[in-house]
Each structure stands twice: as C-alpha cells, then as structure tokens.
Design a protein around this ligand. Structure first.
Ligand code: ATP
Ligand code: MG
Length: 601
C-alpha cells in the first residue's frame, strides 16, 4: 500500500488488489480451511484410485478365469479396496462439507462487516457521490464473489491438482509414454486456458459495474417514485431504466460470448485427446504392452483426468469472473479516507465554547470558492444567528465546524484547539447539530430519539420529547414510541421529523449547538411552543442558528449576515436595523407582509 493512501486509524486494513483482499479474509479461517484442503485431498486421492481398484478386480477375474479359481476369493482384496475407497469418498467429502458449513457464513459476515466498517469512515463527500443502492449491492456481490472464488479453489483447482499427481504416478507405473503424453497435454491445456480466462476478469469487472449501476438506478427511481407520480412519468422512468438494463445486457453478452469462444477450445481439445488417448492405449495393449486390467485403468484415468481438466477450465472462467466482481467492488470501496484523525489526535475539551474561524478559505472540490480569508470569532456561550440568501454559504459554515469538509487554508479552533488536531468523534460529541431536513432511521421513535444518548432511560427520552413538543404527536401514532418511522423517516411530516431531531439534540446535551433551519418546517404556532424547550436547550451553550425566518433569530445576541461567502453585517438585531443595510431590508420585507411569517410579530 502506498504512503499517500490515508486510512482512518480504526478502519480495517483492506487491500486494493482483489486477490490480496480476499486472502486477508481467507486467512481468518485458516484452520477450518486447512481442514477442508486435507479432506479434499483425501477425497480426490480416493476418487482417482478407483480405476486402479477396478483394474485390480479385472486382473483378478482374468486370473481366476485362467486358473479356474474362485472369483470372489481371488478378487477379495481388490473388492475390499474398492469398497474402502468409496467409503473414503463419502466420509471425506462430508467432513469437508461440515467444515464448509463452519466457514462459509462466518467469512461472509466478516467480509460484509469489514466493508461496512471501512466505508463508514468515508467522508460526507464520498456518500453524496455514490448511490446508496449500488454500494449495498456491491457489498453483497463482493462477499459472495470472495466465497465463490474460494470454493472454486478448494473444490475445483485443488482436487484437480491432487488427482493429476496421483493419476500420473499410477499411469507412469503402467505406461511411461502415455503418462508423459498426458502430462504434456495437461500442462499446455491448463496454461492456455488460464491465459485466455484472465481476459474474462476485465469483462466481468465491467459487467459487475453495469449491474451495480442498474441497482443504483432502480433504488434512485424507487426513492423518487413521488416525482415520477407527480409528473406522470412512469413510462419515462421505465425507458430510462431500460437504457441501463440494455447497457448491462451488452456487457453480459460480451462476457458470455467470450466464455463461449473459450469453451470451444476447451471442449475441442479435450475431445481430441480423449479419443486419441483411448486409441493410443488400445495400440499399446494390442502390442502386448498392457494387460486388460491396465488398459481399462489407463482409459478410465485418462477420461477422468480430461473431464477434470475441462471442468477446471470452466472454473477458471468463473474464478476470473469472481475476481472481476471483487475488483469492481474493491475499486469503489477501498479508496483513501478523505478526512482522518491525525496520529495522536487528542480529544476535544470544551470548557467555554469559543469558536474561531481564522483566515479560513474553503471551496468544494471542483467548485467555486465559498469562503476566502474568513475571520470570525464566536464568543463562549454566545447565541449567533446566521442569515443570508440561499447559497451564500451558511450551511457550509456549520458543516466546516463539524469537519464534514476540511478548509483549504486557515484554521477553525474550538476553545483554542484546532479541530484538525482533535478526533472527529470527540468533536462531534461536543457539537449537536439539527439539520434542515433531518433523516431518521427506520427504527422506532424511541430508538431514534435515544440515538442522542444511548444510555438514556425511557423516562429521559419521553422528557426530551416533551420539551421538543414531540410527545403529543408520538402518542397519537399507532404504536406510540414503538412506531416505526419509515425509510429516512418518511412516515412523519417534515415538522414532526424536526421535532424528533430536536428531542434527540436535547438528549445529547452537547456544549455547542447548531441549528440549520431546524424549525423551518414548523408553523409559527408550533415553533413558538417549542421555543421554550429550545431556550432551555440553548441556555449556557454556544449556539449557532441558521434561519430564513428572521423572527426565529431576532432575539439572539448577535446576527451574522452572509453574502456570497462574506460576512457583510455583524451585530445585534437592533444595531443591524439601525444601520439600515441588508438585514434591515430583509426584516422590513418580512415584517411588511411579503412573507407569511409576519402575523406573530
Ligand atoms: N456538496 C457540495 N458540493 C459542491 N458545492 C456545494 C456543495 N454544497 C453546497 N455547495 C455550493 O456552495 C455554495 C454554498 O452553499 P450552502 O449550502 O452553504 O448555502 P446556504 O447559505 O446554506 O443556502 P440555503 O439557504 O439555500 O441553505 C452554493 O453555491 C452551493 O451550490
Ligand atoms: Mg443551507
């Protein structure tokens, strides 16, 4: 792994090479896997020795015929060997099956857990540029493909190697020439199959990507089904998806046709060899170089080996298909973590709650500059309102405090500690943020509120809900606090979601509080009602409130007016009204009846 590849300290170490990625997990089950390999070897050896046992039987029967002895007495040992080999196949294969049961589910769990843990460390930006659906799909595909690749090695490649070695040794004893010919053929055949099959990996990777895109599109369409309904665009959505499905079909065809071409080579070569080996053996037999039993053994072994080699070349294709799937997933997941804790990062200690933006410049990647040389100090326990036009940088400002993005230059300090020098967890534990459009888990209301503080008792949760004026509507839902809220909280109204988010922040009880339009979806009456709860929450804390509805922030200690990333006005409500600038204009517009929130003023 190169040195520029930054990974969060407590994230699992995953390789970007698909092969090493998989190996990392296989090694976790090395003991059961070793047992599988031992049992498979034993089973393969038994299988390949069967023709030898048959040969012994035939030779014994031929002998008995010639001497007039009792057939069963003469063939007794050979028959016992035959029975034992069959018993061995049953026992070893089932023992290996049992090991498989012990390994498979465990490995799949580990792979999915590690991938999930790894991507949780990705930045906010990573998740806004990847489809949730395709990420989920890829996690499933990668874990399945890792398992299948392993089974291909353990149950296809490996037994074949054992079988070939045993068969060649047995054959060698019967006929050196035959063994050598077969050996040569096997070598060339396997090499060519392997080289050709490798190409399959590239095709399979593209195919896997096309599949993930389709899943992402389906999830996006389903999530936006309301848009499709509102604009009566069902047909459009179907056609839209069909384009991506066709794209997937193209890739599937390309992959499968390539595999088909390869199989022509594989089957053809196997057929030619099968026929010529039997003919060859027949000739040696006719020349007196083999007994009847030896002939049947040689023919049996050759057919078995060729069959196995043909199977192997099929597995090569599948194996490289799996590797392609893993490559696709790994290339998406195993990317550097953009925002990581510095080595030895301390925990943020908030005693007063001062927030300083010191010469901060920030632009979104591939975006226009939002802030240039921004300087602002939010005093301890100050309550600050942010106003400004849409797109002026208010949300960006609060997202920087939470380090969802990192400044390009300058620093942000909380109580004198640069937020880049403290752990992200400690930073976010000390800051409560209520976003404009809070998203909830599809879990019960109780769990959603308790997310603020996991060890809160039911009574504490209810108390927080009461303060946030959420208790009333929660009791009216079908199962009260046990009601599920739907994906991202869709079964609640926007204002109800906001109140759940406020309750959650009340429970979290962090020294710094940020509200980004946290009450924007509430009607003025409900907002007034929870003002008391909010006022309690804001008491003695540093508070930053973003609001378009100026009445929400009129009584804050200080108001910052943003315009295109600059703070153009800074002062209390009264002071800003006096200078008759931007804020005064906005205020007069809202108070003058242009906007509906005026009633309560
Ligand atoms: N994730 C992002 N990637 C790129 N550009 C972004 C991103 N988020 C916001 N921007 C851009 O940054 C600028 C500031 O956006 P920001 O969300 O901070 O505005 P805002 O003041 O909160 O607006 P609003 O009042 O509408 O919420 C905008 O021009 C916006 O397009
Ligand atoms: Mg915003």
């Amino acid at each position: 792994m190169d040195t520029t590849f930054t990974i969060a300290r407590d994230a699992p170490r995953l390789s970007r090479s698909p092969w090493r990625f998989a190996l990392h997990f296989y090694l976790k089950s090395r003991y059961t896997l070793a047992a599988i390999f031992v049992f498979e070897a034993a089973q393969a050896a038994c299988t390949i020795l069967l023709p030898y046992a048959v040969k012994e039987i035939i030779d014994a029967v031929t002998l008995a015929h010639a001497t007039g002895a009792d057939i069963f007495a003469t063939a007794k040992d050979a028959l016992i060997l035959f029975a034992l080999l069959n018993l061995g196949i049953v026992l070893f294969s089932r023992a290996s099956g049992a090991m498989l049961v012990l390994t498979g589910p465990f490995l799949r769990r580990e792979i999915r857990r590690s991938l999930f843990s790894y991507i949780q460390h990705h930045s906010h930006r990573y998740f806004i540029s990847h489809f949730a659906g395709s990420l989920a799909n890829r996690i499933a595909e990668v874990s399945m493909s890792c398992m299948h690749a392993l089974w291909t090695i353990a149950f296809d490649f490996y037994p074949l190697i054992i079988k070939s070695v045993v068969a060649l040794v047995v054959l060698f004893a019967a006929s050196g020439e035959l063994a050598l010919t077969l050996c040569l053929w096997l070598g060339v055949y396997i090499y060519v199959s392997f080289v050709l099959a490798q190409r399959c990996r590239v095709y399979a990777q593209d195919f896997a990507e096309a599949r993930s895109i389709v899943t992402g599109k389906v999830v996006d369409s389903v999530t936006n089904v309301m848009n499709a309904k509102m604009f009566a665009r069902r047909q459009y959505e179907e056609d839209y998806l069909t384009d991506y499905l066709n794209h997937e079909v193209d890739h599937a065809m390309r992959t499968y046709w390539y595999m088909e071409k390869l199989r022509w080579f594989q089957y053809g070569a196997a057929m030619v060899l099968m026929v010529s080996m039997v003919g060859y053996a027949l000739k040696i037999w006719a020349d007196g170089g083999l007994t009847v039993g030896e002939f049947s053994m040689v023919a049996g072994l050759a057919i078995m080996l060729i069959e196995a080699a043909r199977g192997l070349s099929r597995s090569f294709l599948e194996f490289f298909e799996y590797l392609g799937n893993i490559s696709d997933g790994v290339s998406v997941f195993v990317q550097p973590h953009e925002i990581v804790d510095r080595p030895g990062a301390a925990r943020l200690q908030v005693s007063r709650g001062e927030i300083v933006f010191d010469d901060v410049s920030f632009s979104y990647p591939e975006g226009l500059a939002v802030f240039e040389h921004l300087d602002v100090t939010i005093e301890p326990r100050q309550q600050v309102g942010l106003v400004g036009f849409s797109g002026s940088g208010k949300s960006t400002f609060v997202n920087l405090i939470l380090r969802f993005f990192e400044c390009n230059a300058g620093s942000i300090r909380i109580d004198g500690q640069d937020i880049l020098d403290v752990t992200q967890d400690s930073l976010r534990q000390n800051v409560s943020m209520i976003p404009q459009d809070p998203q909830l888990f599809h879990r019960s209301l109780m769990e959603n509120i308790r997310y603020g503080r996991l060890d809160a008792t039911d009574a504490e949760v209810v108390k927080a809900a009461q303060k946030a004026h959420a208790h009333g509507f929660i009791l009216q839902t079908e199962h009260g606090y046990d009601s599920l809220v739907g994906e991202r909280g869709v079964k609640l109204s926007g204002g109800q979601r906001q109140r759940v988010a406020i309750a959650r922040a009340i429970l979290k009880d962090a020294p710094i509080l940020i509200l980004d339009e946290a009450t924007s979806s509430l009607d003025s009456v409900t907002e007034k009602k929870i003002q008391l709860g909010l006022a309690n929450l804001m008491q003695g804390r540093t508070v930053v409130v973003v609001a378009h509805r100026l009445s929400t922030i009129a009584n804050m200690d200080r108001i910052l007016v943003f315009d295109e990333g600059r703070i153009v006005e800074d002062g209390s409500h009264d002071a800003l009204l006096r200078i008759e600038g931007h804020y005064a204009r906005l205020w007069n517009m809202q108070a003058g009846g242009f906007l509906p929130e005026t009633d309560e003023n």
